[in-house]
Design a protein around this ligand. Structure first.
Ligand code: DC
Length: 210
């Protein structure tokens, strides 16, 4: 019998810690697949916004999930996420979707809905997967677990600079900081799979790094 074991690297941490930047670079160097799990929650959030779902109502959430198909494809080595067969990779990057993703990701049925998709990718490939609960819940057997973090002020400052560099002057530093703090609170205080370092993770705080 052929047994093939793939290497799984988990990178967890709060919004704006630089997880995707570092994970992309390492994945390229190691020729692993980079899986951005936040994009999955964002796709469900986009569907909730578009359908006007009341996310406080369990029946409406169940109906939303019954009408949601999320797929990940790798095109030229880059992850694209498809919601009901439509590529939504770019549409999910708004502040509105970020906030809704933080909200829907606290719902247990939403998390269960995405679990097997994430685990399947890790079973079939060498992956670097980033998120909030990869080392604790999705891939507790991952060979490498990193918890990447930085102070909220520092993360907001970096994001603000990125926005300015991209010509986006709509959002103030104060607004970005407030959004980050709100998401940190939501993500780490929810009952299911809260954001926290796995016991066997290496915690890396980049606050003082360039
Ligand atoms: O990483 P991101 O900012 O794209 O994630 C968007 C939201 O999705 C985040 O606020 C919390 C949620 N999320 C999660 O609960 N678990 C994950 N593994 C990834 C993201």
């Amino acid at each position: 019998m052929k047994t093939e074991k793939h290497i799984n690297v988990a990178i967890d941490g709060p919004a704006g810690a630089g997880k995707s930047t570092i994970a992309k670079a390492v994945a390229k160097q190691l020729e692993y697949i980079y899986v951005d799990t936040g994009a999955l929650y964002r796709s469900i959030a986009l569907n909730a916004i578009n359908s006007g779902t009341n996310t406080d109502n369990e029946a409406e959430i169940n109906e939303l999930l019954n009408n949601t198909k999320v797929e990940i494809k790798f095109i030229n080595g880059e992850q694209r996420v498809f919601l009901n067969s439509q590529d939504v990779s770019d549409k999910i990057r708004t502040t509105e979707v970020s906030m809704m993703a933080s909200k829907v990701s606290a719902i247990a049925t939403v998390r269960d809905f995405l679990l097997e998709l994430q685990r399947g990718l890790a079973r079939e490939n060498n992956v670097i997967m980033d998120g909030r609960d990869i080392g604790t819940v999705v891939l507790p057997q991952a060979q490498v677990k990193i918890f990447l973090t930085a102070s909220a002020q520092c993360r907001a400052k970096r994001r603000y600079k990125d926005y300015l560099a991209a010509g986006n002057t709509q959002e103030s530093y104060e607004q970005i900081l407030a959004d980050i703090q709100q998401r940190d609170y939501n993500d780490s205080h929810r009952a299911v799979a809260p954001l926290k370092p796995a016991e066997d993770s290496v915690v890396v705080d980049t606050s003082d790094d360039t």
